[in-house]
Write a protein that binds this ligand. Structure first.
Ligand code: SAH
Ligand code: SF4
Ligand code: F3S
Length: 466
C-alpha cells in the first residue's frame, strides 16, 4: 500500500539534492511524495544550520507537526513517523531528542542511505532513533539510482564536505570531511540523467572544485578532467558546477572554461570579504588581490564569464575601513549577481567566541549598502542583454498562464510566452526587457541553438527538440 511522504527542505542545493535522494531511498518501502504534511505517514524536516534561528525554526515547525501527528493517531489510528534530518540534526541531534521526545528519527547528512533500517527501528522502538555518525563507507555507494528524473536540468552531487574550516562556518562540522565520488560513478550517473532527458547538469559540492575523485587506475581526477569527460556525453549540452573556493581554482579548471564549449560562462566564486585582515581572520587563506588576479585569469580565458559571489558583513572586528575594502572589491570585480549576509555567530565555531562582535545596527547598515551596490550591478548586467538574442534552455512552466521559463548560459532566469512543447529545448530568445531577477523575451523562430551558440535552422527542427 502506498504511504505518504512529506519532506520540507531548508538550506543549500546539497540539501535539496539530499531530500530527493531520501525520497528515492524510501520509494521501495512504498512511500510516495506528497505536498502536505497533514495526513502524511512520514514527515522529514531536512534542516540547515548555516545562519541564526535555524534551530528555532525547526522547533517551532516540530510543535506544529506534533499536532498533526496526534491527530493522525486519533483520527486514523495510524502513526506519523516524524524525522529531523540535515545539518541541524547533525549539530544538535541530542538536543532535538531531549526537547522534542515525540520525534521518531534524527539523522545527519551522511546516514540517510540507512533510512529503511531507521524506519524499521522506529516502528519497533518507543524512543527516538538517533543516527548522526560519520560512517567510514560513503552513502553514495549505497544509494539507489535516481528515480523520477524530471525536466531538462539536474544537479549531480560529485563532492561533499569541507576541510577548509573558515572560522565562521558550520559546514565542516555538519557535513564532515571532504569526500569526492569516484569518477566512474559520476559519469554513470550523468549518462543516466542525459538518457532521461537532462541537458544541463550542475555538478554539486560544498567545495566542488576541490574534487579529486578516484579513477580505476589508482589515480585521481580533478574537476577539470571530469568536465572534459562529461563533455563527451552526447546530448549533454550544458555543464555547470557550484560552489567553488578561490584556493581550488586550478589552472586546468580555468583552461577548461576556454576549451569546453558546454561549460557555461557562469561561476559562483565566493570571497566573503574584501579586507585582507578580515580574510586572514576568517582563515580564507588568500588575499583580495589573489582573488582579483584569479578573476583576471578567468576573464582572459572566458571573456564573457559572469561572476557570482557570497559576502558576509560584520564579521567580528570588521571596521568601517574593512567594510570599505569589500565595497571596493565588489566595484573592481563587477558581479552578475551575489548573495550577502550579516555575520551570524554559530555555536562551536571559533568566530562565535570572538569578543569583538559587531553591533547589529552596524551590520544592518553595511548589509544594505552592500546590497544596494550588488543590486545595481545585477541590474546593469541584465540591462546589457536587452536587444540581444540568447539561447535559453526552457525547463519549467512560467508564473503566468502561457508562459514558460528557463535559463540563459549566464544563469539568468528568462521567461517568454510560448507553448509548453518547448520545455526541454534550447531556443534562441530575443531579450525585450530586464528586471532585477529575470529577463523577459520573445522566442526567435527559425533558429535553434546548441550550447551558447545560435545557429539558423528550420522551425521544424526546433520543435523536434521539444
Ligand atoms: N562552501 C562555500 C559556502 C558554503 S555556505 C564557500 O566556501 O564559499 C554558503 C554561504 O553562507 C557562505 O559562502 C557564506 O557567505 C554564508 N555563511 C556561512 N556561514 C555564515 C555565518 N556564520 N554567518 C553569515 N553567513 C554565513
Ligand atoms: Fe564553509 Fe569555508 Fe568550507 Fe565554504 S570553504 S563550506 S565557507 S568552511
Ligand atoms: Fe545549510 Fe548544511 Fe547546506 S548548514 S547551507 S544545509 S551544508
Amino acid at each position: 500500500m502506498s504511504k505518504k511522504l512529506f519532506i520540507k527542505t531548508w538550506g543549500c542545493q546539497m540539501n535539496v539534492y539530499d531530500s530527493a535522494r531520501m525520497a528515492d531511498v524510501l520509494a521501495p518501502l512504498g512511500y510516495r511524495p506528497v505536498d502536505d504534511a497533514d495526513g502524511a505517514d512520514m514527515v522529514i524536516l531536512n534542516t540547515c544550520h548555516i545562519r541564526e534561528k535555524a534551530a528555532e525554526k525547526v522547533f517551532s515547525e516540530l510543535g506544529r507537526l506534533r499536532t498533526l501527528k496526534d491527530r493522525k493517531a486519533v483520527v486514523e489510528g495510524q502513526r506519523m513517523i516524524l524525522a529531523v534530518a540535515g545539518c541541524v540534526a547533525q549539530a544538535e541531534g541530542e538536543e532535538i531528542v531531549a526537547r522534542a521526545p515525540y520525534v521518531d528519527i534524527v539523522f545527519g547528512p551522511q546516514t540517510y542511505h540507512t533510512l529503511p533500517e531507521m524506519v524499521a527501528r522506529a516502528h519497533r522502538a518507543a524512543g527516538a532513533v538517533l543516527n548522526t555518525e560519520f560512517p567510514a563507507e560513503s552513502k553514495f555507494d549505497h544509494l539507489p539510482d535516481e528515480a523520477g528524473i524530471e525536466g531538462a536540468t539536474a544537479f549531480l552531487a560529485v563532492q561533499e564536505g569541507c576541510d577548509k574550516f573558515c572560522t565562521f562556518c558550520v559546514v565542516p562540522y555538519t557535513r564532515g570531511a571532504e569526500y569526492s565520488r569516484p569518477a566512474a560513478q559520476v559519469l554513470a550517473e550523468a549518462r543516466r540523467l542525459v538518457a532521461a532527458g537532462v541537458r544541463d547538469i550542475n555538478l554539486l559540492g560544498q567545495n566542488v572544485n576541490a574534487y579529486h575523485g578516484a579513477d580505476a587506475d589508482g589515480g585521481t581526477w580533478s574537476l577539470a578532467r571530469l568536465i572534459y569527460a562529461l563533455a563527451e556525453i552526447d546530448g549533454l549540452e550544458r555543464i555547470r558546477y557550484t560552489t567553488s573556493h578561490p584556493r581550488d581554482m586550478g589552472d586546468d579548471l580555468i583552461a577548461a572554461h576556454a576549451a569546453v564549449p558546454q561549460l557555461m560562462p557562469y561561476l559562483h566564486l565566493p570571497i566573503q570579504a574584501g579586507s585582507d585582515r578580515i580574510l586572514a581572520a576568517m582563515n580564507r587563506r588568500h588575499t583580495a588581490d589573489d582573488y582579483r588576479r584569479l578573476v583576471d585569469k578567468l576573464r582572459t580565458a572566458k571573456p564573457d564569464l559572469a561572476l557570482s559571489g557570497d559576502f558576509i558583513v560584520g564579521y567580528p572586528g570588521e571596521s568601517d575601513a574593512d567594510f570599505a575594502a569589500t565595497l571596493r572589491l565588489v566595484q573592481d570585480v563587477g558581479y552578475a549577481q551575489a548573495y550577502s549576509f550579516k555575520y551570524s555567530p554559530r555555536p562551536g565555531t571559533p568566530a562565535a567566541v570572538d569578543d569583538t562582535q559587531v553591533p547589529e545596527d552596524v551590520k544592518s547598515a553595511r548589509l544594505s549598502a552592500l546590497q544596494q551596490l550588488l543590486d545595481a550591478q545585477q541590474a546593469a548586467f541584465n540591462q546589457g542583454f536587452v536587444g540581444r538574442t540568447v539561447p535559453v534552455l526552457f525547463d519549467r512552466a512560467g508564473k503566468r498562464t502561457g508562459q514558460i521559463q528557463g535559463r540563459s548560459p549566464w544563469m539568468q532566469s528568462v521567461y517568454v510566452q510560448a507553448p509548453e512543447r518547448l520545455l526541454g529545448a534550447i531556443v534562441p530568445v530575443r531579450i525585450d526587457s530586464a528586471h532585477t531577477n529575470s529577463l523577459a523575451g520573445t522566442v526567435e523562430t527559425g533558429m535553434v541553438t546548441t550550447g551558447t551558440g545560435v545557429h539558423p535552422l528550420s522551425p521544424a527542427t526546433m520543435e523536434t527538440r521539444a
